[in-house]
Design a protein around this ligand. Structure first.
Ligand code: MN
Ligand code: MN
Length: 455
């Protein structure tokens, strides 16, 4: 049998030389800076708006006229952003859409979070997204978010990111007293109601809860808030660590929230680099993916269709035709084969580190339920597009069939009659407080989005 008939995954280091490797390392610098500025969907939206304005994008409002060459962004409630360009070809040829999410698993504060017990004061949390709870204890945590007061004013809170800031912490049991506890399963080890943030231990005054009183006094001095203001707040505990290179060769990046900023960032940079494409482009950075894409900032909301409808009207196009001819890359991460846990992967269909951007035909679980399952025709087209720029890509499933599963925003976009497939970066330790990716895979993802915008 002739060799070229055999399909084999290729490794970046076999295909490309020093020059391409250098470009991948340089690209990663901008990405790590973005990660440190954008740990929540609100911060990622804010950062994207800044980048968009710097790249010449204007804020869009419903009903605005537009023409070929225009570049707009629509900031949806500060948590979700749509950026789009009007191409020179007819609008009815459809949009090239890249859709990533900018929310990540974390610990949200409960509406009534503050209490004291045992000489300590704590904030109760309710976890957001799918986490392995035992990973979130005894790691430095920062608090990010907003408090909206009854008078309508809002206060930004970020504590734990500056070197001089305090951090927060969740206690865990010492091994010396864990004889019985150690018999529990990993899932039982840390129940949700033990995820309580340690926030103080020094009393003040003579109330029944002097440590809690002290915490409230500090919060009042710093932010002008009282306990009732927690009821209208969105405060999240996220890992306080900054993004760092991993390995002697600095080939990987460790960070909180690669899922899914590692796809959001290349989708954005590809949009900016290809704004003069003949195609109309749209980049969507969505909220609420980790909890099922519900709500008015998630991809199940009508907003994407509303915007496409408005743009179509402004350009004299039929919105039904625009959607029918649009193509979408649902930009989300895949599980990277982990040699420490080989049993959950099916080796012929697993994403390998340093083998490029991952194309996932279908996600879901239990016999492909809850997936859009991209068509062979669309994937065939996409193969041709990536080949034009020599993008290194690989095909993969999330893990072994019936081992678990997961979903993305793909099906919600495909449901609007838009060709959609999942594409993104392979991630190690997905949903852990500190995840890892390879720089070369990040770079190939950027190149994949560029090819998609161009051809
Ligand atoms: Mn994701
Ligand atoms: Mn996720």
């Amino acid at each position: 049998m002739s060799n070229e008939l055999i399909y084999q995954k290729k490794n970046f280091y076999e295909v490309f030389g020093e020059a391409e490797k250098k470009k991948a390392h340089e690209y990663a610098i901008g990405y790590t800076a973005f990660l440190d500025k954008a740990k929540t969907e609100r911060e990622a939206t804010e950062e994207s708006v800044k980048m968009a304005i710097a790249a010449g994008y204007r804020e869009y409002s419903f009903g605005m006229p537009m023409k070929a060459g225009d570049k707009f962004y629509f900031n949806n409630r500060g948590k979700n952003i749509f950026l789009f360009t009007v191409g020179t070809e007819h609008m009815e040829n459809g949009f090239r859409i890249s859709a990533a999410h900018i929310d990540s698993p974390r610990l949200d504060l409960k509406p009534c979070p503050l209490y004291e017990e045992g000489g300590m004061s704590f904030l109760k949390t309710h976890y957001y997204g799918g986490i392995r709870k035992y990973q979130w204890v005894t790691v430095p945590l920062a608090l990010h978010g907003v408090v909206v007061k009854a008078d309508g004013t809002s206060v930004q809170v970020t504590v734990g990111e500056d070197e001089s800031d305090p951090i927060f912490y969740i206690n865990d049991l010492l091994p010396h007293l864990a004889h019985d506890d150690a018999k529990k399963t990993v899932a039982e080890a840390i129940p949700a109601e033990k995820l309580n943030l340690l926030v103080g231990s020094e009393p003040i005054g003579d109330s029944d809860a002097p440590i809690k009183q002290h915490v409230l006094t500090i919060l009042n001095e710093k932010y002008g808030i009282s306990e009732e203001d927690f009821l209208s707040a969105e405060l999240s505990a996220v890992p306080a660590e900054k993004a760092r290179d991993i390995g002697f060769d600095r080939s990987l990046i460790g960070a909180y929230g690669h899922d899914d900023r590692v796809c959001a960032y290349p989708a954005l940079t590809a949009l900016f680099e290809n704004a003069s494409s003949e195609h109309s482009l749209m980049c969507i950075l969505a909220d609420k993916e980790e909890t099922g894409s519900d709500g008015n900032t998630g991809m199940q909301a009508d907003l994407m269709c509303d915007l496409m409808h408005e743009i179509s009207l402004a350009m004299g196009a039929n919105p039904t035709v625009v959607r029918y001819n649009s193509k979408c890359l649902s930009a989300d991460v895949s599980a990277c084969f982990d040699p420490n846990f080989p049993d959950v992967f099916e080796k012929r269909n697993a994403a390998l580190l340093s083998c490029g951007v991952v194309l996932t035909k279908y996600t879901g679980a239990r016999g492909k339920s809850s997936t859009n399952d991209a068509s062979a025709e669309y994937i065939g087209w996409l193969r041709g597009v990536m080949a034009k720029d020599g993008v290194l890509w690989q095909s993969a499933e999330l893990g072994k069939t019936d081992c678990g599963g997961g979903g993305t925003v793909a099906k919600y976009i495909a449901n609007h009659n838009i060709e959609t497939v999942d594409l993104g970066v392979p991630v190690l330790s997905m949903h852990a407080p500190y995840e890892a990716v390879a720089k070369v895979d990040l770079y190939e993802t950027h190149r994949a989005f560029c090819a998609f915008c161009k051809y």
